[in-house]
Design a protein around this ligand. Structure first.
Ligand SMILES: Cc1cc2nc3c(=O)[nH]c(=O)nc-3n(C[C@H](O)[C@H](O)[C@H](O)COP(=O)(O)O)c2cc1C
Length: 221
């Protein structure tokens, strides 16, 4: 075979092998690039999922404010409601205990001279609280009381006087024979305008756990 032809054949073989190798390697490169792209997309997607979860958690955090249920109850009705709220919110249950316990005689609203009636008629009355109550830790406070003559018992004002509650969310709740919460809400809102008052609710002695859970879960704070 002529020397020139051999050189030509070898040259063609080298070029062909080179082209094949280049093709294979560029194919692999583009596959790697595709994989990278896919990974990036997957990561972006997983970031999106993560972001969504983060948002959910943020929502959770919003609803995860530290809660206290602080209440005064002379005969146990408001206390029961406070316990139902505690069961739903998992907040801390704190009783406002009067320094001088209210006796049945004190609570006789048929007698103008009874202690409760005299306090309700005296705008300056601030019955003393026996226990130390700390409110600093809480962002949300459910504040419970019985309705006395359409209003908050004066000991609730003693409580407001003795704590800095500015900026906190306070949700009043009350129990009564029949009177609604609105009169007491007016008193509270006017007493401290720097509190973030949320319109609360009046309950009766027969209100059950289920009704309280529904009410609490429907609140937006
Ligand atoms: C001094 C006094 C005044 C009251 N005034 C009212 C009233 O104006 N309207 C009403 O519906 N119930 C009134 N009640 C009834 C209480 O609001 C009701 O029994 C309440 O659920 C008691 O809550 P407690 O057991 O947590 O103290 C009054 C009770 C007392 C002792």
């Amino acid at each position: 075979m002529n020397k020139k032809i051999i050189v030509l054949i070898v040259g063609v073989i080298i070029v062909t092998v080179g082209v094949v190798f280049w093709n294979i390697s560029s194919n692999n490169k583009s596959k790697t690039a595709d994989n990278l792209d896919n990974n990036i997309v997957e990561n972006e997607n997983s970031n999106e999922t993560h972001d969504e979860n983060t948002n959910d958690n943020d929502k959770g955090t919003l609803n995860d404010k530290k809660v206290a249920i602080i209440y005064f109850s002379a005969t146990g009705t408001t206390k029961k409601i406070a316990e139902y709220i505690k069961n739903t919110t998992n907040g801390d249950l704190i009783e406002i205990i009067p320094k001088e316990k209210y006796t049945d005689k004190d609570l006789n609203y048929g007698n103008d001279d009874s202690r409760a009636n005299k306090e309700q008629n005296d705008s300056k009355a601030r019955p003393e609280i026996k226990n130390n109550i700390t409110t600093d830790d809480y962002e949300v406070i459910y504040l419970g009381y019985p309705i006395w003559w359409g209003d908050v018992p004066k000991i609730i004002l003693t409580f407001l006087d003795s704590h800095n509650l500015d900026g906190k969310i306070i949700i009043p709740f009350c129990t009564s024979g029949s009177t609604g919460i609105s009169g007491s809400l007016n008193t509270l809102k006017n007493y401290n305008k720097d509190i973030n008052w949320i319109d609360g609710e009046r309950f009766s002695a027969t209100t059950n756990q289920n009704e309280i859970s529904n009410w609490v879960n429907g609140l937006n704070y």
